[in-house]
Design a protein around this ligand. Structure first.
Ligand SMILES: [Zn+2]
Length: 333
């Protein structure tokens, strides 16, 4: 059976599995992307459906565990946007409702996971709300979200909310090194920085060979700042790479820039610990000008607001272009 265990989930796990007879009908896992919420939800669903758990873990060998591993457990429902779509549709949540009304086949209960919950459109959320208002007996619905503010209050208020937090840096770095034999301590630290501290995201950046992407992103922001690159070509590249990932990296870049600017102001530029983009300590790759800290902070806010907008149905290309235009303006002014 696949290993779903992550060491920073230990405390939540012991709380979740303490008394399964007193579980609420709906649980909402929230937390940053890459913290392992989906894995936790899957591990919990498998545990709940297992016929003979051993020491608060699914046994891995009963009929139920085997059916889940094979991907066809009749009491396990996993809802996610269909391929190449961004939203969970009302048809999908109606299907959850239909399946939850049916009698359980094996485990005596049914478990549904909705991932990511913020992808439900308004109609889908309304139809899910009906289930949450009158939950069929012995069913548990697990919602998973990294954007809890995007969920309707009516849904949130009917769930027990559990936030899955980031591990501390040492635990995250040692976990990452254990998973990836080719990652040394500096490498792990840099990947975790690019991933905002989230270990699973750091791991996926490594798998995607993010170091090359990062060099491209550095080239892009410096090209735009020097008015040598084309906005729309750059925005298109960022969209293909993943708008959220690029903007998250851009936030890290801005944090670097703020640190460098502060160090320059204080004339302590020899000592710059913890840059995400270490190259910047020797060469800023930007037009020579005195940077205004307040403007840098304001632009960082624009980036974080823009990331929040990404999930709404909107034109990502336009959003990215707008950010790059603003970035050029900031460097030009
Ligand atoms: Zn089992």
């Amino acid at each position: 059976m696949k290993n779903y265990t992550l060491p920073w989930h230990d405390v939540i796990w012991s709380k979740l599995t303490k008394d399964v007879n007193k579980l609420p009908h709906a649980i909402l896992f929230s937390g940053q992307t890459g913290v392992g919420k989906k894995r936790l939800a899957e591990r919990f669903a498998i545990f709940l459906l297992c016929e003979s758990p051993v020491e608060n873990e699914a046994c891995g060998i009963c009929k139920s565990c085997k059916l889940i591993a094979a991907g066809n457990h009749p009491d396990y429902i996993f809802i996610t946007p269909e391929e190449k779509k961004k939203i969970i549709s009302v048809d999908q949540t109606r299907e959850v409702s239909r399946q939850l009304q049916l009698k359980s086949h094996i485990a005596g209960k049914k478990v549904a996971i909705i991932y990511p919950a913020e992808s439900m459109n308004v109609n889908a959320a309304n139809s899910l709300l009906k289930i949450l208002e009158e939950p069929p007996l012995d069913n548990i619905i697990i919602l998973v979200t990294s954007k809890i503010s995007h969920l309707p209050m009516t849904i949130k208020s009917r769930c027990i909310k559990i936030s899955v937090n980031l591990p501390n840096h040492d635990l995250a770095a040692s976990w990452l090194q254990m998973q990836e034999s080719n990652v040394d301590i500096d490498n792990a630290a840099s990947l975790l920085k690019c991933a905002g501290g989230a270990p699973l995201l750091a791991q996926s950046l490594l798998a995607k060979d993010f170091s090359q992407t990062r060099m491209q992103l550095l080239d892009d922001v410096s090209g735009i700042a020097r008015q040598q690159s084309d906005f729309s070509a750059c925005a298109k590249r960022w969209k293909e790479t993943g708008a959220d990932l690029c903007l998250m990296w851009f936030q890290g870049f801005m944090a670097d820039l703020i640190k460098i600017t502060m160090a320059n102001t204080a004339k302590t530029s020899n000592n710059l610990p913890g840059l995400t983009n270490i190259e910047l300590s020797s060469d800023l790759k930007l037009p020579k000008k005195t940077l205004n800290l307040r403007q840098l902070f304001e632009f960082s806010d624009v980036l974080s607001e823009s990331r929040k907008l990404l999930n709404a149905p909107m034109d990502e290309l336009l959003l990215l272009e707008d950010i790059l235009v603003r970035w050029q303006g900031l460097m030009k002014a």
